[in-house]
Design a binder for this molecule. Structure first.
Ligand code: GLV
Length: 332
């Protein structure tokens, strides 16, 4: 039996998993992100912390939370948590991989389609009563997708799921860049590994699927936008800071690239103001990559199960810091 703090509203099914184990749950049952000091107050004395990707769990937070043994992040990405700091303090950290792969790939592809075919702009136009007649020179002419070249940056699970859609549905040529070659993607989707510069220069669409690290921060900035095709569209459903938004705005404004589809932003939830004003060939969504009802439920339940196992002193199924010595410096 342990006490757990959940930082935000979650599905009842996930709470039930924790309840069934006899744990005591305190929850911030709202959509409000707690300031770190409030999170610390609420989680103080608890053994488990279930959090979301926009809760920053830095080492000073962990220092305050001396009784925390397990941090269960309801997200696949974990750049919001100081993993090395958690490991040093003997805290297990878990995430929710796998269950959101296909859903996020669906969104990435929807974003690609939306920007290429200018769906949000056409939707606004139709709703505004501007559709008076069919014209050959339609105001929302977009660009073709099928048989074009898709550059995938980061051929992990989500990158491969995007490649599958691109190859099998749209007969696209797939090129990719990442820390290692992926033979399965090469075999199944005829994906070709290329150097980053080549991917940047030759892709018609570039879809980003890398985690946020020191190395990937601003991986796309002024130089990359200069090197991209002027007809290229950039899709980011990974993490906002991988793209330098100020440089992206300049590139689109000056026609260096055609457009972008962004589901993630550098300073979420604020959006770089000039991005909002760029409507042509630009699609913006509020970090909804995994936001299908089924997937969000799977993520929440997976996070609850990770917590249950961690609190039992077992290795949770989705432990990130494999090298942690559980509870080393924590009271048991
Ligand atoms: C979403 O961005 C996630 O990391 O799960």
């Amino acid at each position: 039996m342990a006490e757990i703090f959940i930082t935000r509203k979650v599905f009842q099914d996930a709470i039930d998993i924790l309840d069934k184990e006899g744990h005591t749950i305190d929850i911030n049952d709202t959509d409000r992100i707690l300031p770190a000091s409030e999170l610390v107050n609420r989680a103080h004395g608890k053994a488990g912390l279930v959090c979301l990707l926009n809760d920053r769990i830095d080492s000073w937070v962990m220092d305050e939370l001396t009784s925390i043994k397990v941090i269960s992040n309801i997200a696949v990405g974990y750049d919001n948590i100081d993993i090395a700091g958690a490991t040093e303090r003997g805290i297990m950290v878990t995430n929710t991989p796998g269950v959101l792969t296909e859903t996020t790939a669906d969104l990435a592809f929807a974003m690609l389609l939306g920007a290429a075919r200018r769906i949000p702009e056409a939707d606004q136009y139709t709703r505004a009563g501007k559709f008076k007649n069919w014209q050959l020179m339609q105001p929302h002419m977009g660009v073709d997708i099928y048989e074009k070249t898709l550059g995938i940056v980061g051929m992990g699970a989500i990158g491969q799921a995007v490649a599958k859609r691109a190859k099998k549905g749209f007969d696209m040529r797939i090129i990719y860049y990442g820390p290692s070659k992926k033979e399965s993607a090469e075999k199944e989707y005829e994906a070709e590994f290329v150097e980053f510069d080549e991917l940047v220069a030759t892709s018609d669409f570039i879809s980003i699927h890398v985690p946020l690290t020191e190395k990937t921060k601003h991986m796309f900035s002024t130089q990359e936008f200069k090197d991209m095709k002027s007809t290229a569209i950039l899709i980011n459903t990974a993490r906002g800071p991988v793209v330098d938004e100020a440089a992206l705005v300049e590139a689109i404004k000056h026609g260096r690239i055609r457009g972008a589809a962004l589901d993630v932003f550098e300073e979420e939830p604020s959006i770089y103001p000039e991005l909002i004003n760029l409507k042509q060939n630009v699609v913006l969504t509020p970090h909804i990559g995994s936001a299908s009802i089924e997937t969000r439920l799977r993520m929440a339940k997976m996070a609850a199960r990770n917590m249950v196992e961690g609190l039992k002193g077992n290795r949770p199924p989705n432990l990130i810091n494999e090298d942690v010595s559980p509870h080393r410096s924590r009271p048991t």
